[in-house]
Design a protein around this ligand. Structure first.
Ligand SMILES: [Cu+2]
Length: 342
């Protein structure tokens, strides 16, 4: 009997090792944005509260678990044995008062004070050098506007390193929630209201963001990217994106512009400097310089763009861009045109 059991236990251990490894590696992988690896001021403060809560929970667990073990293994009190431990040690009332009232109150007070202080710090507005971004939630993509720089883009938020950032959050339809785990806490976009998210980014890089409030069919594919750049790179990006893209000289690209402006595309999408001025879908000016397609559904490559334009419903089922029948030639031209929008 013991032999198979021992073998099973060894097998379980062999499995547990790699499983634990997968969990640990998963937590550290570049693709999974972790709140425990903060690269922003707001995320760092929230991370502090998280560790405090974990430390207190572990301490309470250790003390309660330890007392349980002591209780379980202690020699039961016998008749006439009362003095053995009862008299000298704390009385039952002391245990109940200390463990049930005083210590929990102190722990909850510590947590309450830290939470309120953190919340106030997260809300505090910076006075100078603030970079303003307006983000509008749409089923199922994000419009991104820079009022001062005159930039309009989608699904990709560029911000300068180290400067105070204010992201104004609103919505065109339902409640969404804007969350970049490594940079800041989550904040909802609420109809008829403008919420403001404040933070500073502390390291350059590209960070993944998600919609965190269920908003319909393609909620899970309502992602975005935040690109943290040096202030000089950010200024260059903003200046480039404020300009209309150059007029195409390549014949295929010029044909693509014709296709885009003559097909229904122009009724839903804007490309500055052309007759396309639709607003139901993302602004596609400078689309070629963006990293992803369909609110971070797939990377921005010519092949993925071809698949998206020929039928975006295959890539992101249920999204609000209908399939538009194009000939092979028209498709090639429009892909070349959009990829050339830099
Ligand atoms: Cu959502």
């Amino acid at each position: 009997m013991t032999e198979p059991r021992a073998r099973r236990a060894r097998a379980a251990l062999r499995l547990a090792g790699p499983a634990a490894g997968v969990v640990v590696l998963g937590a550290c992988s570049r693709r999974a944005p972790s709140t425990l690896d903060p690269h922003g001021s707001a995320a760092a403060r929230i991370n502090g509260v998280w560790w405090l809560m974990l430390a207190l929970a572990v301490a309470v667990f250790a003390v309660v678990g330890g007392l349980l073990l002591v209780g379980a293994f202690r020699r039961p009190r016998g008749e006439g044995d009362e003095t053995a431990g009862g008299r000298d040690g704390p009385t039952d009332t002391t245990w109940i008062l200390a463990g049930g009232v005083i210590i929990p109150t102190v722990i909850l007070l510590v947590l309450a004070v830290d939470t309120v202080r953190t919340t106030r710090a997260l809300r505090a507005a910076a006075h100078a050098g603030v970079e303003h971004v307006e983000v509008v939630g749409n089923d199922w993509w994000w419009e991104v506007r820079y009022p001062r720089e005159g930039v309009l883009t989608a699904n990709e938020v560029h911000i300068p390193l180290g400067r105070p950032i204010e992201i104004g959050l609103t919505t065109k339809d339902v409640i969404h929630s804007f969350w970049v785990p490594q940079l800041a806490g989550k904040l909802d976009t609420i109809p008829g209201q403008r919420n403001v998210l404040r933070f500073k980014a502390t390291r350059t890089g590209t960070y993944r963001g998600e919609c965190l409030q269920y908003c319909g069919l393609q909620h899970a594919n309502m992602g975005f990217l935040v690109v943290v750049q040096s202030p000089a790179d950010f200024a260059t990006w903003a200046a480039d994106n404020a300009q209309p893209p150059p007029t195409p000289s390549d014949p295929l690209v010029a044909e693509g512009e014709q296709v885009f402006t003559n097909q229904p595309c122009a009724g839903c999408h804007t490309i500055r400097g052309t007759s396309a001025t639709g607003t139901r879908g993302p602004d596609l000016t400078h689309f070629g310089s963006r990293l992803a397609i369909g609110a971070n559904a797939v990377p921005n490559t010519a092949a993925n763009l071809g698949a998206w334009v020929s039928n975006s419903q295959d890539v992101k089922p249920g999204n609000l861009m209908p399939p538009i029948p194009l000939s092979g030639e028209e498709l090639r031209a429009v892909v070349a045109y959009l990829e050339g929008q830099r």
